[in-house]
Design a protein. Structure first.
Lengths: 666, 152
């Protein structure tokens, strides 16, 4: 006989402001099987949990229903409390009175009524709950880090330094990411390359890190502790073991006019190339889309000149299979490029550039060797207009969010310009200055007060060219919205930070969720900011949301701590909410096998004692099953069921939903 | 006379729509109280016999909602749900079932507002249709024992 306890939480006033919690507890006490019910202000607090524990023991409860917040929030809390009182944790269920009831409805009778019904549904479910025991699986203590920017580098080094193996996959020929492209970093103005390149080298030389550059993730299978990942090593056409990195091939390559990605299109590179002088690994790859040999079948100059005979045109993409226990996605971000701002003439006027292009112009290793020259005619600009929020915080452009880094880098850009040209005129158009961060606001003030950067609060409506100058038409909202026109030699747009174009594809391979802007979603916006909803897959850096370097590095270290914590155990306990087969009724059609996304269904032969075969039935591999239940719904003989969501439980829930008799008189 | 308040059941997956409904809560988006959510691990788990069971128990409308195509936490469960849905629809047609009471949608974990709108729209729709009494008539023919057939 079921002995169910119902515990109704007020959640302070979050639930009790619209739901009459005492009444819900009272109604619940009349449900068949309920032997105890009570309401309390904070059920998740220590006294609240003790209330549950004491009731379990005192009333010999066989099931617990906590009517509180979403089970996605506190199910582990209450299951733990249940276990501490000696009851199997899987005999505890939660009715979601907060997210699904009190917060979404007004205070009226129907809200309390709904709350009571939600409790009834879970009471009926919990009567059919069974004792379940966690599954133990071994952990592969190797981490996969996807992305070799500063986020990936930090995470990889932290994990590797704590003694675990790391595999890093970077899609470009070199690691370094966006940070390698920056000239100086805010708020200290230290040189980006100077602080980054030693770390890049450390990654390459670390005994615990295996680095795959020019490689991408092909597929990901498995689950936390036991991922099976296939990496596609794109053909470099250069044998990096034999190559000495002398650079002769690059020098001799006749195709030299390919826009250089690293210099944001402001310079050119050859078809065989190293992205930048400090690249790691500092060895070239052939860009097959632009190489004459691959396009026309002749040339072969690089092969002829290579003293180490390292050029191998016949090299093919290679699929490498690795086993890892945890995955860190650190794939970074991109910025909006041309054709996005017709009103600003971006893409039309050569001297309207984006922030990343300005970084390259200001960088000592850039196409102009650090001398600010405008792209159109190479003249040094006397007046530059910087436009913040180019695309960001603009719902009309489809980007309602703040890109977070632009306020700071715009101040930095203006400052860098003023430091290079003391008499130059720097103007910034801005919406708001968002400089939250250590020494950040001081930095912006310094740009305004010491470096004499003219900040105008207002938006720019249009940019056009007149007599070789760019005329920036805007408005000054702090001066009675007076229109302003500024002549500029160059305009820098702080274009919005956006998710990588292939982030959706990667999210699907990793089975992680993403937000409407294709940034990866964290498991909880406040309390689990580095994990995803898929156990064992974590995030670092701007692939989650626009972030600056300090935030990226802290998140990467946080992620590394999570990975190391996972690797500190030898076995992992998994929730046993997986499918199981009833051998008696299974007819061995194996249709379930065809729908299982995890290949978790195996064949099992049932034999008599004399060895003769009775039948072959399906068997679930508990290590592989993730508990989606697709096989359950599909099984024609109803022989598969799933713990936690059994047919019995769900039919009981549905049956408890409404009382048909209410309609008798209709 | 009091306005008819339809009873709506929503069968949702844990990862997208359940979380989306949670988000509607955290965002304090108000919607009609008529809906009762039943949580599944995945829409692929939803045996459509459950829909009949819901109607048998007095539901006036049923919502099935899960992750958008390609976003399934389990890779492909929602595709199976969708295929099954298409076949099931045909079957309902054959039975003479009022299909206007059944709703299928994709609501992601980020779409709290979409969830609230969906519920409100469904409630308005079903309110127009009135209480579902036809089931009694149909069930005399053949579907009365659905629950028993399914291991319950």
């Amino acid at each position: 006989m079921a002995r169910i306890g119902v515990f109704v939480c007020h959640c302070g006033e979050n639930i009790s402001s619209t739901v009459d919690c005492a009444k819900v507890a009272e109604i619940a006490s009349n449900y068949p099987g309920v032997v105890y019910s009570i309401d309390y202000k904070y059920m998740c607090s220590d006294p609240g949990q003790n209330l549950i524990k004491e009731a379990i023991q005192k009333h010999k409860l066989t099931g617990v229903v906590v009517a509180a917040c979403s089970p996605r929030m506190h199910e582990p809390t209450f299951r733990k409390a249940t276990a501490e009182a000696g009851l199997n944790p899987f005999l505890c269920e939660m009715a979601n009175l907060r997210e699904h009831c009190s917060w979404v409805h007004f205070r009226e009778d129907s809200t309390t009524e709904k709350a009571a019904e939600l409790v009834r549904v879970l009471v009926e479910k919990v009567k059919h709950n069974e004792e379940l025991f966690p599954i133990k699986v071994p952990i592969t203590k190797t981490a996969l880090v996807i992305g070799g920017g500063i986020g990936g580098i930090q995470a990889a080094l932290d994990i590797a330094n704590s003694g675990h193996k790391v595999i890093m996959v970077e899609k470009n020929p070199s690691i370094g990411g966006k940070m390698a492209q920056l000239s100086e970093t805010f708020p200290t103005l230290d040189c980006s390359q100077c602080i980054l390149t030693p770390r890049m080298v450390e990654v390459a030389q670390h005994p615990n890190i295996t680095l795959y550059t020019y490689a991408e993730i092909e597929s990901v299978d498995g689950f936390i502790g036991n991922f099976k990942v296939t990496i596609r090593q794109k053909a470099k056409s250069v044998d990096h073991k034999a190559c000495t990195g002398c650079g002769l091939c690059i020098e001799k390559c006749p195709i030299k006019k390919i826009p250089d990605e690293f210099n944001a299109g402001l310079g050119n590179r050859a078809a065989i190339y190293v992205p930048f002088p400090q690249a790691v690994p500092n060895k070239p790859v052939i860009d097959r889309n632009n190489c004459t040999y691959f396009l026309k079948g002749k040339c072969g100059l690089c092969k002829k000149v290579c003293p180490a005979d390292a050029i191998h045109y016949e090299q093919e993409d290679e699929l490498i299979k690795v086993d890892v226990g945890a995955i860190v996605a650190a794939t970074g971000f991109d910025i909006k490029h041309s054709d996005f701002f017709p009103e600003y003439g971006y893409g039309k006027y050569a001297d309207v550039i984006d922030g990343l292009q300005f970084e390259r112009l200001a960088s000592a290793s850039g196409p102009t060797l650090g001398v600010l020259k405008r792209p159109s005619d190479g003249k040094e600009p006397e007046s530059i207009v910087f436009i913040a929020c180019a695309g960001s915080r603009d719902p009309a452009k489809g980007i309602p969010y703040c890109s977070k880094i632009c306020c700071m880098y715009t101040a930095k850009h203006a400052m860098l310009f003023k430091h290079k040209n003391h008499h130059g005129k720097a103007t910034v158009f801005y919406m708001d200055i968002r400089a939250g961060g250590k020494m950040y606001d001081e930095f912006v003030r310094r740009a305004i007060e010491e470096d004499d950067v003219n900040y105008i609060r207002g938006r720019v409506s249009r940019i056009y060219e007149k007599n070789g100058k760019l005329i920036v038409c805007g408005v000054d909202t702090l001066l009675n919205s007076r229109p302003v026109e500024i002549e500029a030699d160059m305009v820098v747009l702080a274009t919005a930070a956006i998710a990588n174009s292939d982030s959706e594809e990667l999210a699907q391979k990793l089975h992680i969720s993403y937000d409407p802007y294709h940034f990866f979603s964290e498991a909880h916006p406040k309390l689990r900011p580095v994990e995803t909803n898929t156990a064992g897959i974590m995030l670092a850096g701007a692939c989650q949301a626009p972030k600056d370097i300090p935030d990226t590095v802290s998140q990467a270290s946080g992620t590394a701590a999570k990975v190391v914590a996972l690797f500190s155990q030898d076995e992992l306990t998994r929730e046993p909410l997986i499918a199981y087969v009833n051998n008696n009724t299974c007819v061995g059609c194996f249709l379930c096998q065809s729908v299982c996304p995890y290949l978790a269904i195996e064949k099992e032969e049932i034999r008599r004692r004399d060895g003769t075969l009775v039948k072959t039935v399906a068997k679930i591999n508990p290590g592989l099953c993730q508990g989606c239940g697709t096989c359950v719904a599909l099984c024609r003989s109803k022989s598969i069921d799933i713990h936690g969501y059994t047919n019995r439980q769900i039919y009981a829930e549905v049956s408890a939903l409404f009382n048909r008799r209410e309609y008798a008189g209709v | 006379m009091q306005e008819f308040e339809p009873k709506i059941v929503a069968f949702v997956c844990n990862w997208c729509t359940y979380a989306g409904a949670d988000l509607a809560g955290t965002s304090r988006i108000k919607y009609a109280t008529n809906v009762r959510i039943v949580r599944f691990p995945c829409t692929g788990r939803i045996d459509y016999m459950l829909i009949l069971k819901a109607f048998q128990n007095g539901a006036d409308g049923v919502i099935v909602s899960g992750c958008h195509p390609n976003d399934c936490h389990y890779t492909s469960g929602n595709f199976h749900a969708r295929r099954r849905w298409i076949v099931f629809n045909e079957l309902l047609e054959l039975l003479g079932f009022d299909k206007r009471r059944l709703f299928f949608s994709w609501v992601s974990a980020a779409e709290g507002a979409k969830w609230a709108n969906l519920v409100n729209e469904v409630v308005t729709e079903v309110r127009k249709l009135g209480p579902y009494t036809e089931y009694e008539k149909l069930s005399k023919i053949n579907v009365n024992s659905i629950g028993e057939l399914c291991n319950v």
